[in-house]
Design a protein around this ligand. Structure first.
Ligand code: ADP
Ligand code: MG
Length: 338
């Protein structure tokens, strides 16, 4: 008698959740990315207790059809890719079909969704199982309510930091996604208090002002340029406005917020000696490229990517930043005094 058996969907989803859903901010990231993939123009996020007791993400996007609801919560089920070759040209933020299955396995989830104003469904997932699905009436779009995150995974629950720390991770990820999507109105509410809201009127500078404040927004310089493979656009703050950490640099690749040391370094190099030691710029940089040139299938959270021709992109960023700051006269030129 063999001793190998397949794990239940519940257990395999819990294992996947360990990678995809590290903390409340991971839930927020996945749900907001789903909203953007569904073409939402308004995304409202509300959390309680640093997201541990409640996370609600509401969007006015496409909604999910009744028949698709069970599949939405199934692992490796997605509407975003079909074949292996699609992996080389990913145009959406999601594609792994793992987020809802993972969240459903480690939290109590309610979803209301509608593809058409007035008609829709309410679904409840507990312990990874779809325990209820019934017709309900709501506006077009989707609302996911996630309660009691990690209630059934005590080891992960213990690992959570303070409410304040979890909240700051949530605010950080929403900030960065909002910074890269000036065409979408984001609202982040902590319990009943609005932490920030963007208007979604496509005005990038105003979006940055909503998040970093007017003094930063006023110190912004635009950068824009391209090579054969890459198009770079963004805002960098003048060297007078710096921060003590790299956390105020946001990089987006084809609309996806990513972490990339080489690109951060390229930006900082563009500032050259204009940055004091230990000080870092405030910047939002959006890169657009053929999806063929970027592999986002590196890690389940998709925050790490592999770029082909990375050097071409890093030199472009350094050059654009250097050129923009070079035009800015920081100290009077010695010749001016002659
Ligand atoms: P992925 O985003 O990788 O496809 P998810 O588990 O995050 O996987 O979502 C599964 C599917 O559920 C998506 O492919 C999409 O069709 C649907 N979906 C999830 N969230 C939303 C949403 N907010 N609006 C519309 N459809 C959604
Ligand atoms: Mg997703």
């Amino acid at each position: 008698m063999g001793k190998i058996h397949e794990l239940s969907a519940q257990v395999s989803n819990q294992i996947a959740a360990g990678e995809v859903i590290e903390r409340p901010a991971s839930v927020v990231k996945e749900l907001v990315e789903n909203a953007l993939d569904a073409h939402a123009t308004q995304v409202r996020i509300r959390v309680k207790d640093g997201g541990m007791s409640l996370i609600t993400v509401s969007d006015n996007g496409d909604g999910i059809a009744s028949d698709d609801i069970p599949l939405a919560f199934a692992r490796h089920a997605t509407s975003k890719i079909m074949t292996g070759t699609d992996l080389f040209k990913i145009g959406t933020l999601g594609f792994r079909g793992e987020a809802l299955a993972s969240i459903g396995a480690v939290a109590k989830v309610t979803m209301t969704t509608s593809t058409q104003n007035g008609l829709g469904d309410t679904a409840v997932v507990e312990g990874g199982d779809l325990v209820k699905q019934e017709k309900s009436s709501q506006p077009k779009g989707t609302t996911l309510t996630v309660r009691d995150l990690f209630y059934n995974t005590p080891a992960r629950l213990k690992y959570m930091k303070s409410v304040q720390t979890e909240l700051s991770h949530i605010a950080d990820i929403v900030d960065r996604i909002a910074l890269g999507h000036p065409d979408v109105a984001f609202t982040l509410v902590n319990d009943t208090k609005t932490m920030f809201a963007t208007v979604g009127n496509k005005d990038w500078r105003q979006t940055i002002a909503s998040i970093y404040g007017n003094s930063v927004a006023q110190a912004l310089l635009p950068i824009k340029g391209d090579t054969l493979d890459y198009r770079v656009q963004g805002y960098i703050a003048k060297p007078e406005v710096t921060r003590a950490s790299r956390n105020f640099i946001s990089l987006l690749i084809n609309g996806r917020y990513i972490k990339n040391y080489a690109l951060n370094k390229a930006l900082i190099e563009g500032y050259g000696t204009k940055l004091m030691v230990g000080r870092y710029p405030v910047a939002v940089i959006a890169v657009h490229m053929d999806p063929l040139l970027v592999d986002v299938n590196v890690h389940p959270t998709k925050q790490e990517v592999r770029l082909s021709k990375e050097n071409e992109l890093t030199s472009l960023i350094t050059k654009l930043v250097g050129a923009e700051l070079g035009q800015q006269r920081l100290v009077p030129n010695a010749l001016d005094n002659l």
